[in-house]
Design a protein around this ligand. Structure first.
Ligand code: TRP
Length: 337
């Protein structure tokens, strides 16, 4: 990835308040990747149409969308150099999605993990249709995601492990289209999964997820977060005993915020003995506060004026929309519409 000019693109579904798992698993690695791709082009967008497939209310989806926008802005995302937009502000995505659907075999969608899991769950129930409760939005989710990616010919797509198949599908769909129309209009994208963040572990040792209520809210009450950190369950090793950093929730979360040198120090103190869990939790809580104290202030500022935030978002989507509309004009001439 080093010399060639990349187009990095990723999307976030607005399905909850931003928490440390989102930061470690997605926000931080994406901001780092983008920083290292100063010569290339970068796209970060809020996948609000993807969120329609979850069962949330309109009010929540709107609110979470603002929260994600405020969150990236609070972390200093430079919207002059990075394309930052809401999916709904670029309706060309939906036209492309329709075009791609006509080049996508249904069998490919049948093989999608999320759809298959829903069908498998139905099959275990008595007298239940295999597609019970499954909407077409869930079924065609990978096509919409392919449209997000292929509209801008993204080359690198940073995603969590559970999304790798979707990026592979986008590649497949690009290939089907290119062959059908004998063109090289779509570039084949590649996914990128950061090793250190394959799964973020939650406060209780399970996978971190808002549905387990085992997260730390990025911009919530600092006192509450300190309390939650203190309650992280550990084994009963004494301070001087040797500990395995890689199986420690405390270390995992610390790693997502601290610099390389600090992480090494923490690791070696755990490994050689001499760092007790009490002190480790305190180091973690201090780091958390140090990392999010300033961004939290910016975040509150952005969130306190939704009208202003709305116009920032609209303005930010403008140049990307021009690019999208150029691509659609070319595409229409390829498909004859
Ligand atoms: N499906 C992704 C998720 O659930 C979000 C997403 C939508 C996305 N479109 C995308 C990610 C395009 C990367 C590229 O996390």
């Amino acid at each position: 990835m080093s010399n060639k000019v990349d187009k990095i693109l990723t999307g976030i579904k607005p399905t909850g308040h931003p928490h440390i798992g989102n930061y470690a698993g997605m926000i931080k690695p994406t901001l780092d990747l983008i920083q290292n791709n100063a010569c290339g082009k970068n796209y970060i967008f809020i996948a609000n149409y993807h969120a329609l497939n979850s069962t949330d209310t309109a009010v929540n989806i709107k609110e979470y969308t603002f929260e994600i926008a405020a969150c990236f802005l609070a972390f200093g995302l430079d919207i002059k150099t990075t394309n930052f937009y809401r999916q709904s502000d670029v309706p060309e995505v939906f036209e492309l999605s329709t075009i791609l659907a006509s080049a996508t075999p249904k069998g490919l969608m049948n093989r999608a993990h999320a759809y298959k899991a829903a069908v498998d769950a139905n099959m275990l129930k008595l007298n239940t249709d295999r597609d019970d409760g499954i909407n077409m939005g869930l079924f065609t989710y990978p096509i919409l995601m392919a449209a997000d990616i292929l509209l801008f010919n993204a080359t690198i797509v940073p995603v969590g492990k559970d999304q790798i198949q979707h990026v592979e599908f986008a590649r497949d769909i690009a290939g089907y289209f290119n062959r059908k129309y004998e063109t090289d209009f779509f570039t084949l994208p590649t996914s990128s999964v950061q090793k250190s963040v394959e799964t973020v572990i939650g406060l209780d040792g399970r996978k971190m997820s808002k549905s387990y209520d085992n997260t730390l809210s990025l911009f919530g009450d600092p006192k509450k977060n300190r309390k939650l950190i203190n309650k992280i369950i550990t084994d009963s090793k004494a301070p001087e005993e040797l500990k395995d950093p890689d199986s420690s929730v405390i270390f995992q979360i610390y790693q997502s915020m601290a610099g390389a040198h600090e992480v090494e120090l923490f690791r070696s103190r755990f490994e050689t003995g001499g760092l007790g869990y009490g002190e480790a939790k305190q180091i973690l809580a201090d780091k958390f506060e140090e990392t999010f104290h300033k961004p939290a202030q910016y975040y509150q500022e952005f969130m306190s004026d939704k009208g202003e935030l709305e116009s920032i978002m609209q303005e930010a989507s403008r140049s990307v929309r021009e690019e999208a509309s150029d691509r659609i004009i070319q595409l229409r001439s390829i498909v004859g519409t």
